[in-house]
Structures are given as C-alpha cells and as structure tokens.
Design a protein around this ligand. Sequence first.
Ligand SMILES: [Zn+2]
Ligand SMILES: [Zn+2]
Ligand SMILES: [Zn+2]
Length: 200
Amino acid sequence: MMLPPWLESLLSTTFFTGCSIHGASARSECNMYCLDCAGTGAFCIYCRETMHPHHNVIQIRRSSYHDVVRVGEIQRFLDVGGVQTYVINSARVLFLNERPQPRGGAAAAGKAAGGRACEVCGRSLLDSSRFCSLGCKVAAIKNNRNLHLIHGAAAAAAVVVEKEEEKRHLKMYRSTSPPPRTTSNARRRKGIPQRAPMGT
Ligand SMILES: [Zn+2]
Ligand SMILES: [Zn+2]
Ligand SMILES: [Zn+2]
C-alpha cells in the first residue's frame, strides 16, 4: 500500500475554521495544509509565512461547502489519475472527500442514464473517471486494488522515455552498416559474399 504519510491526515483535517493566533486579521481562515509537517492540521496564510516557510504547502478551496484542491497543486505530490475533476472558477479542481448523497439516489440515477459511477461510493460521474474524490481513491487503494498514488505518473513517464531511447538506438543501428567484422575473420571464412572494401 503506497500512501504518503500526510494523505489521510489531509483528508481528515477540518478546513476554514478561524485561526486561533491570527483571528483578528482579515484573511485568517485556515485553508492551508503543510505536507512536510503533516499532522499540524489546517493553518492560515500568516501561519504559513511564519511557521512553514519553504515547506510544501497546498491551499484548500471550497466549492458548495466542500473542500477541493487544485489539480495543479496536488498532482506534483500525488498521482490523482482516475479521480473526477471539475473546472471551478477557471481552475481544475478535485474533491478531497466523498460528498453525502441521498441514499441510492445518485447511484441509481447514474445507472439509469448508463453513466459511470464512483467505484467506492456510487456517486454518478461525468466522464470515464473511476472515483468521485481523492478519499474514494484512497479507500480503493486500501482495498488492495491495483492503483497508485505515488510515483505512478513518474514511473509511467520513465518507461516511455526508456522506450523512446530504445527506438532511437535501434534506428541508429539500422542506418549504419552492419558491425564490421575483423578482417582476419572475413578472410578465413570462405563462401561469404565479398563486401566492397572499406576505406582504402
Ligand atoms: Zn494563523
Ligand atoms: Zn510545514
Ligand atoms: Zn466516491
């Protein structure tokens, strides 16, 4: 099971509470999360400056009272493949956790429309994604499904690069003449068609 140590803590953190230190300031709602410090919970932008300088911090945003994170921010740390994304305020985001839904309602609607549904909670999905949220992907991974959250994308990219390298190598090999035999070997073996002498 390949889960980064901060992931479950992130998913269970309550965001958008007031900061106990900076409550008097205008932008003191706790919508930041530090991947390096993990267990410290949510904090505000002022806490970030003083307590988490140069740390890997992500910002949580809200959509209809649910926590979302920008794909551009989280995909540097996680392979979020298979998780449904949405464009909200012209940024692509994904939901951290499963959203409550009427029992069986959404799943039934999704099935009736022939659409796809989240493999974990049954919420209907807009496209060929497999999960409605990061939380549901984590739940699937815990059930030992063959999914990746770390290095998945990086590993795939590495394989592609390797193949490209191989192709280039083969091409180079083909475009040049066959590897030259040692002249003594060529002389000794009879019946081999003579090639044009190389060089002078
Ligand atoms: Zn603060
Ligand atoms: Zn930190
Ligand atoms: Zn789900």
